[in-house]
Design a protein around this ligand. Sequence first.
Ligand code: MN
Length: 430
Amino acid sequence: MSETIISADIVDKNNAAREADLKRDYAALGERLDRRGIAVDAIRDKVEKFAVAIPSWGVGTGGTRFARFPGVGEPRDIFDRIEDCAVIRQLTQATPTVSLHIPWDKADPNRLKQAASRFGLGFDAMNSNTFSDASDQKLSYKFGSLSHADAATRRQAVEHNLECIEIGKALGSKALTVWIGDGSNFPGQVNFAKAFERYLDAMKEIYAGLPDDWKLFTEHKMYEPAFYSTVVQDWGTNYIIAKELGDKAFCLVDLGHHAPNVNIEMIVSRLIQFKKLGGFHFNDSKYGDDDLDAGSIDPYRLFLVFNELVDAELAGAEGFDPAHMLDQSHNVTDPIESLMLSAVEVQRAYGQALLVDRQALQAYQDANDALMATQTLKAAYRTDVEPILAMARLNTGGAIDPVATYRAAGYRAKVAAERPAVAGGGGGIV
Ligand SMILES: [Mn+2]
């Protein structure tokens, strides 16, 4: 039995105050879904099994390009970060794993394992960092890492990624996510083809160090920190990388890493069709890589992404097992509250996508009935699945209302007293 951080009494008391209403809402929704031939309990069972990983860096306050305004009780190290992740897990029951970032989370692997298993947490994908310089680093990544013109700098970046794999092996992780900041700010600064060739050669060395049961995720990003070109710019480049490297290499889609108005759900469909969808960094954006909370700006887009995922899941697409991770930055909210709500939003999109009448949809598609086809999606999207999500949390020991319960528990005030404010600190967001 794993330990919990928020006392069970507080969770029970908060649930008891909401349980009768929830049961009525759940029964009413069940009746409505029954008329559509959908068993509410079957949807709830699937939602209960849905999981999304918390990025360790997400529990700290992020910064803007201009300033960082730390919150109170911010985690001081990875062990504090694990405790914050345990709170998110306890109240949502949707986030059983933590995704670590090296070197920010570097610590004795045995201690890390112990700290996580205390709260029943596991480790998701490892994340390497060659987009900033560590204090003890010999060569700088100012002008790139895996694609750097200098062989010794590329070697250092490769070694760092191999070290991430070694740490991950000790922790029971099964994947490495690589995102690089390499690119250029000026036309002519970098030779596109040569930089990509150097990157591919470096990635082949990393891939060679990957255990057989691991996956390698590469993350594309259109711009930032490089503002003219990036080496891994878009999903097409990412697909080429995954094809060049081999069967264990997959593309990771961060929802904020595309040009405005790009049809991300179609990219998702393509990657599924050609067996190269590795997983997601969920977040939301209005303009660029804003790293806002999942579903906060365009929840319909999140639903449409999940519509593709559920379509593949129900079709039993071979080898289809995408990793779900959050990747967001918090400047004006409590990161724990934002991460809990984002986990729930991702779960909500999954629940709504499970309600799509796929038989009807296909019939409308075949009949070229555009209006009814799109209304079929809308009917699922318009359904308020909150009672299903809340019932899934109640059934699995979570909170019917995670944020209200978290606030009632006074966790932030408690850790503010235990964790003195520190100047600066990590919190880069990729
Ligand atoms: Mn990301």
